[in-house]
Design a protein around this ligand. Structure first.
Ligand code: ATP
Length: 303
């Protein structure tokens, strides 16, 4: 939920750019994330999600523009304990128990969570006495979540947090994440999974080629990018003229059915009825998948 306060936002990007040689990994991002929001960063492989997160945490420096967390530089906010992160690449795993590791990390923050609470939130209370270097990939990922929570940070940043988790662990993870967000904390997570972004974020940022190409709720993205899908049996008739019907943006044929993507399904259906093309007619809302594909479609460069 968005909170309106006079305080600076949790996250602020102003014209941020990060290039690696020829690649503009982040290509001019402007972004404000209010305190208390849960935001998903959604994009294909190589879209720029991890680089955005690296800029946000001060792990890499912007070539142009500015990034601030809580009105201060990322380094300062991270150092003051306001930020916790769970990144993709694991560091060398220490030969200590889960409890020892989380206790060590918590001890470096000014106002940490009780260690038992951090373990419980990450769903690993029963692993507390186990050695960190002898855990499965999914268990290790949950330990990293506990490490990110340990300092009770105001902002938690999670880069593809559910990548190695099975279905049950995934559900448990999202329950924990939501419990953390309900306490008024700000959460930013990256994902390839549209359904996770839709289910667990207040707001979805779609990133493509280093730019934010959409910003809103899952419903808003579905409406703005996808519209509705109207389909019917062609029953031997051709598709000529269908793309000219009111509202229609595109026409696709699958088997013997025509699929019309439309911004105005009522007008499209009326026009189809006038043509007598109503056999097996169905109207369905575009899915977030459709919206995502439409937003990140590779459009050939104009020459
Ligand atoms: N250290 C680096 N050196 C050179 N190029 C890089 C580096 N890090 C990222 N890139 C490039 O920048 C672009 C964005 O990469 P980034 O890792 O931010 O994408 P991503 O959305 O996180 O991808 P994925 O979903 O695959 O993790 C890619 O083209 C990538 O190859």
């Amino acid at each position: 939920m968005t909170k309106t306060t006079g305080a600076p936002p949790a996250v602020s990007f102003t014209g941020a750019v990060k290039t690696y040689g020829e690649v503009r990994a982040v290509d001019g991002i402007d972004l404000r994330i209010a305190r208390g929001e849960t935001v998903a960063l959604l994009g294909r492989n190589g879209a720029g999600k991890s680089t955005t997160i690296a800029l946000l945490l001060g792990l890499v420096e912007a070539d142009a523009g500015a990034v601030e967390l809580f009105g201060a530089s990322p380094e300062r906010s991270v150092r003051s304990g306001r930020v916790g992160a769970m990144l993709q690449e694991g560091r060398a795993v220490p030969r200590v128990t889960v409890r020892e590791l989380v206790t060590f990390v918590a001890g470096r923050y000014p106002a940490p969570l009780p260690v038992a609470r951090a373990l419980e939130l990450a769903g690993i209370a029963e692993l507390a006495g186990r050695r960190v270097d002898r855990l499965s990939g999914g268990q290790t990922q949950r330990v990293r979540f506990a490490v990110a929570l340990a300092g009770n940070p105001s902002l938690i940043v999670l880069d593809e947090p559910t990548a190695a988790l099975d279905v049950e662990a995934r559900h448990a993870f999202w329950d924990s994440m939501r419990a953390y967000a309900r306490r008024g904390h700000t959460v930013l997570f990256s994902t390839h999974h549209l359904e996770e972004a839709d289910a667990h974020a207040d707001r979805i940022l779609v990133i493509d080629r280093g730019r934010i190409v959409a910003d809103g709720s899952g419903d808003l993205l579905k409406r703005s990018a996808g519209g509705n899908l109207v389909s019917f049996d062609l029953a031997g008739r051709g598709t000529q003229g269908l793309s000219l019907l009111p509202g229609v943006r595109s026409v696709e044929v699958r088997g013997d059915r025509a699929l019309l993507r439309t911004d105005d399904s009522d007008a499209t259906v009326v026009a189809l009825a006038e043509l007598g093309a109503v056999r097996g007619l169905e109207v369905a809302p575009a899915s977030l998948d459709d919206a995502f594909l439409a937003l990140t479609a590779r459009i050939p460069e104009a020459v």
